[in-house]
Design a binder for this molecule. Structure first.
Ligand code: MOS
Length: 746
C-alpha cells in the first residue's frame, strides 16, 4: 500500500502500455461481423442547389449495398438545445435535409458497400448536377448587420461583451495611442485520428463507437435525431487520438452512419478522410480584430477597445469569443469589447484549443508589446504596471492570480534581463536573435460530474465516469485520485471512461475535466469507504464486529479502530473476504461552477511565455530557438502529464505563429490545402527546447486539491510572444498570421 500520496507526483500514463502495444481500441478499431463501410459523397460547389444525382453506375458496382440520399435515407430529425449543457451542436442541420449546398464538401449522398474500397469507388462514381450560385469565401471580414443580441451555439449573447467607463473619449484624450488590426487565419484541427463512427442497431437500441469528446451530449443529440429515448442510445469512446475541440460536438457523418445502419440492418462503419476533416468537422474561424489602446506616457492604460469579427457558416451561429480574457486581463478604467460576425460559404467553425482566448490574446498581447515599444519600456514592466488587483469587469476578486510570479520566474529562467531592446542588436554564432514575451489566461471552472468508486475483495479498486481521455491523461489522473483516497496502488486500479452506461461525466472541453472530477471521485471514494466500514462492523467474520462504524477509520487501504491507530488495522480486502462481499461501491457528484451568473470569484489560469527566435537575413531563415513557459494553473496533480500538455500547446503555438493557415480557393470555395502536406503544422524539426515551469499555488475555490485545468492555456499568448521576437530580430511587425518569409523579405 502506498504511503506517499500520488497527488502532485509525475506519473506515467496508466494507459501507456495499451497504446504502445496497439491494444487501445479507437473508434474505428471496433469490428463486428457483417460490418458495412460507408463513404460520403462531397459537394464540389460551395453554394447552390443539387439538381440531379445520378447513382445508376455506382449502384451497379460489385459489393455496393446502397447509395443513400435525400429521397431514400429515411427520416433524420432536427435536434434542439436543451437546458444546461444538453443538445449542443455547431452544425444543426441534419444531413440531406434540403437540396441546398452551403459549403464545399457538404455531404450530398452516401455510398455503402461490403468493403471500404467498394464504397469509395461507388462514392466516386456518383454524378451530381448543380445549379450553382455565387459563393462567398472572402477573407476580408466586415461584420454583417446583426441585432445587439445574437444567437450563438450556447445562448443569446450581447454584441457589446463588456463595457466600463467611456473608452471612446478616454482613447481620444490619451497622450499615447495605439490602433491596429490583427488577423488570424482559419486554422484546422489535425488530430492524427480521423473522425469515425461505427453504428449498430439492435431493434430499437442504438450503439455508437465514436471518438467523441462528449459522449453524453452525443447520446442526447442522436436520441433526438433518431426519435429514441435517451436510454436506447449508447455511445462508447474508449480512446481518442486527440480532438483539440473538433470532436466536442456531433457532426453530420455520425448521423449518416446511424441512418445507413438503420436502413441496411447491419453495423456500418464510416471513417472520414483527411480532406473531409477540413470541410465538415469544424475549424477555428478567421478573425479580424481591431485593438485600440490609450495610455499615459508612463505606460498606465487609460482605455482599451477590442472590436473583432469572426467568419461563420451560412446557417449556424458560431461566435469565436476573442474577448474571453480582454475585460479582466489588465487594469484599465475605460474599456469596451464588441464582436460581430460575417457569414461565409464554409462549414461551421467549432472550438479549437483555447477557443476565443487564443486568437484574442494574440491580438491584445501583440498590442501591449507594440505599446511597450512605442513607450520604450520593457514589455514585462508594462504588464506589471497594469496588473489588476481584482477582476475589474465583474468587480469581484480573482480566486488565485499569480501572473506576475509567472513573469518573474520566466524572466529569470530565460535570462530576460540581458535583452537589449534595439532591433537586431542581439547576436549569437552569427545569427540575429529576437526575444519576445507575452502573457496568457484561460478560464477555469467545473462542469457537473459524477463518478463511481468500487473497492474489491482482491484488493483492487475501480473508478468509473462517463468522461473521456482525449490524450490528455484522464485515465491516469482518475487513477491518482482514486489511489489518493483508497490507498490502492495505481497498478491495481481499473479506470473506466468513455461510455454513456457509466455515471454522467463531463465533456472533455474547456480544460475542465480534471478540476470537475476531483470532488466527484473524492465523494464516491468516501461513500465506498463508508459502506466498507458498515460491513466491517456487521459481517460475521469481522474483527470489528462489536464496533460502531464511527469507531473505525480508513487510511492507506486499511481499516482500523481509531483509538488504536493504523498499526492494528486490517487490509480492506480481508474485511470484504471475511464477510463474503465482492465489492463495496460509492457514488459521487459535483455541481457545475461554469455558467454561474453570480460568481463570488473570477477563476482563471494564467501564464507567461518567453521566446527566442534566430534570424539569418542572408538566407531568410527564421527559427524559434528557445521557449520558456511558466503557468499558474493551481496545483498540478501530475507534473509529467501537465508539462506534456504545455509542451504540446507551445508546439501548436509555433504552428499558429509560423505555419498554420487554411486557404479557401476563391474559384471553387474549397479549403484547398486540405491535407497534411499542404497544411503545414509544426513538427519535431521546428521545435526547440521548451522549458516549462508551474508556479503551483493551489486554488481552493475550484476543488479540494486546488487544481485548475492545463489543456489549453499553453497555446494562449504564444503567437504574440513569437511575433514580438520576430519584430525584435527583423524590425518587421507582422499583424496577420502566420508569419511568412515574404513578410520578412520586404
Ligand atoms: Mo477544447 S477546444 O474545449 O476541446
Amino acid at each position: 500500500m502506498p504511503t506517499i500520496s500520488p497527488i502532485g507526483r509525475s506519473t506515467p500514463r496508466v494507459d501507456g502500455p495499451l497504446k504502445v502495444s496497439g491494444r487501445a481500441q479507437y473508434a474505428s478499431d471496433f469490428h463486428f461481423p457483417g460490418t458495412l463501410y460507408a463513404v460520403p459523397v462531397e459537394a464540389t460547389i460551395a453554394s447552390g442547389r443539387l439538381v440531379k444525382l445520378d447513382t445508376a453506375a455506382a449502384q451497379k458496382m460489385p459489393g455496393v449495398r446502397a447509395i443513400l440520399h435525400r429521397d431514400n435515407i429515411g427520416q433524420i430529425f432536427r435536434s434542439v438545445q436543451g437546458p444546461g449543457f444538453e443538445g449542443i451542436v455547431d452544425e444543426r442541420r441534419p444531413p440531406f435535409e434540403d437540396d441546398v449546398v452551403r459549403y464545399y464538401g457538404q455531404y450530398i449522398a452516401l455510398a455503402v458497400a461490403d468493403t471500404f474500397e467498394c464504397a469509395k469507388a461507388a462514392a466516386d462514381a456518383v454524378r451530381a448536377t448543380y445549379a450553382k450560385d455565387k459563393h462567398n469565401v472572402d477573407p476580408d471580414l466586415q461584420a454583417d448587420d446583426e441585432p445587439d443580441v445574437v444567437a450563438t451555439t450556447f445562448a443569446p449573447t450581447k454584441r457589446v461583451q463588456s463595457e466600463r467607463g467611456d473608452a471612446g473619449s478616454a482613447f481620444a484624450n490619451a497622450p499615447v495611442k495605439l490602433d491596429q488590426i490583427y488577423v488570424t487565419p482559419t486554422e484546422t484541427h489535425n488530430p492524427i485520428e480521423l473522425q469515425a463512427t461505427t453504428a449498430i442497431w439492435d431493434d430499437s437500441m442504438l450503439t455508437i463507437y465514436e471518438e467523441s469528446q462528449g459522449v453524453f451530449n452525443l447520446q442526447g443529440v442522436l436520441a433526438q435525431m433518431f426519435g429514441l429515448p435517451k436510454e436506447n442510445v449508447r455511445v462508447v469512446t474508449r480512446f481518442v487520438g486527440s480532438g483539440f475541440g473538433s470532436k466536442l460536438w456531433p457532426w453530420t457523418h455520425c448521423a449518416l452512419a446511424v441512418a445507413a445502419a438503420r436502413q441496411l440492418r447491419k453495423p456500418v462503419k464510416l471513417v472520414i478522410s483527411r480532406k473531409m476533416m477540413f470541410q465538415t468537422v469544424g475549424h477555428r474561424p478567421r478573425t479580424q480584430q481591431r485593438v485600440r489602446l490609450g495610455a499615459t506616457t508612463e505606460g498606465k492604460l487609460v482605455s482599451l477597445q477590442h472590436d473583432y469579427v469572426n467568419h461563420h457558416s451560412m446557417l449556424d451561429n458560431y461566435h469565436e469569443d476573442c474577448g474571453e480574457a480582454t475585460a479582466f486581463h489588465y487594469s484599465v478604467p475605460n474599456l469596451r469589447v464588441t464582436f460581430g460576425r460575417a457569414r461565409r460559404n464554409v462549414g461551421s467553425p467549432t472550438p479549437m484549443r483555447g477557443p476565443g482566448a487564443v486568437p484574442g490574446l494574440y491580438a491584445t498581447e501583440s498590442a501591449m508589446n507594440e505599446l511597450a515599444d512605442q513607450l520604450k519600456i520593457d514589455p514585462v514592466r508594462l504588464r506589471v504596471l497594469n496588473e489588476p488587483k481584482i477582476d475589474e469587469s465583474l468587480g469581484i476578486p480573482f480566486s488565485s492570480r499569480h501572473l506576475l510570479e509567472c513573469f518573474e520566474l520566466g524572466a529569470e529562467k530565460f535570462g530576460w534581463s540581458k535583452r537589449t531592446p534595439e532591433i537586431g542588436s542581439m547576436k549569437r554564432d552569427g545569427l540575429t536573435l529576437g526575444w519576445g514575451m507575452a502573457g496568457c489566461a484561460w478560464i477555469a471552472a467545473r462542469f457537473p460530474a459524477e463518478a463511481n468508486v468500487q473497492l474489491r475483495d482482491d484488493g483492487t479498486a475501480r473508478v468509473a465516469s462517463g468522461t473521456q481521455d482525449i490524450g490528455t491523461g484522464t485515465y491516469t489522473v482518475l487513477a491518482q485520485l482514486a489511489s489518493e483516497k483508497t490507498g490502492v496502488p495505481l497498478d491495481k486500479i481499473e479506470v473506466a471512461l468513455g461510455d454513456t452506461s457509466l455515471p454522467e461525466g463531463p465533456t472533455s472541453g474547456g480544460s475542465m475535466v480534471t478540476g470537475s472530477m476531483v470532488p466527484a471521485v473524492f465523494e464516491a471514494a468516501d461513500k465506498a469507504i463508508e459502506s466498507l466500514l458498515t460491513i466491517a462492523t456487521s459481517g460475521p467474520g469481522s474483527p470489528f464486529q462489536k464496533r460502531k462504524p464511527t469507531d473505525l477509520a480508513f487510511e492507506g487501504g486499511r481499516v482500523f479502530v481509531k483509538a488504536d491507530g493504523p498499526a492494528g488495522g486490517v487490509p480492506f480486502a480481508d474485511v470484504l473476504r471475511r464477510a463474503n462481499v465482492r465489492l463495496v461501491t460509492g457514488s459521487g457528484k459535483s455541481e457545475a461552477t461554469f455558467g454561474n451568473p453570480k460568481p463570488k470569484f473570477s477563476t482563471h489560469s494564467f501564464g507567461g511565455h518567453f521566446v527566442e527566435v534566430t534570424w539569418q537575413p542572408e538566407i531568410a531563415r527564421l527559427r524559434v530557438s528557445r521557449v520558456v513557459t511558466v503557468i499558474d494553473a493551481g496545483r498540478i496533480l501530475n507534473p509529467l502529464a501537465g508539462r506534456n500538455q504545455i509542451e504540446g500547446a507551445v508546439v501548436m503555438g509555433i504552428g499558429m505563429a509560423l505555419f498554420e493557415h487554411t486557404s479557401y480557393d476563391r474559384q471553387s470555395g474549397a479549403p484547398i490545402n486540405s491535407n497534411l502536406a499542404d497544411y503545414v503544422v509544426a513538427v519535431n524539426a521546428d521545435v526547440p527546447p521548451i522549458d516549462v515551469h508551474f508556479v503551483d499555488f493551489p486554488d481552493k475555490e475550484i476543488n479540494a486539491l486546488g487544481a485548475r485545468g492545463i489543456g489549453e492555456i499553453g497555446l494562449a499568448g504564444i503567437a504574440a510572444a513569437i511575433t514580438a521576437a520576430v519584430h525584435h530580430a527583423t524590425g518587421v511587425r507582422v499583424r496577420e498570421l502566420p508569419v511568412k518569409i515574404e513578410h520578412l523579405l520586404g
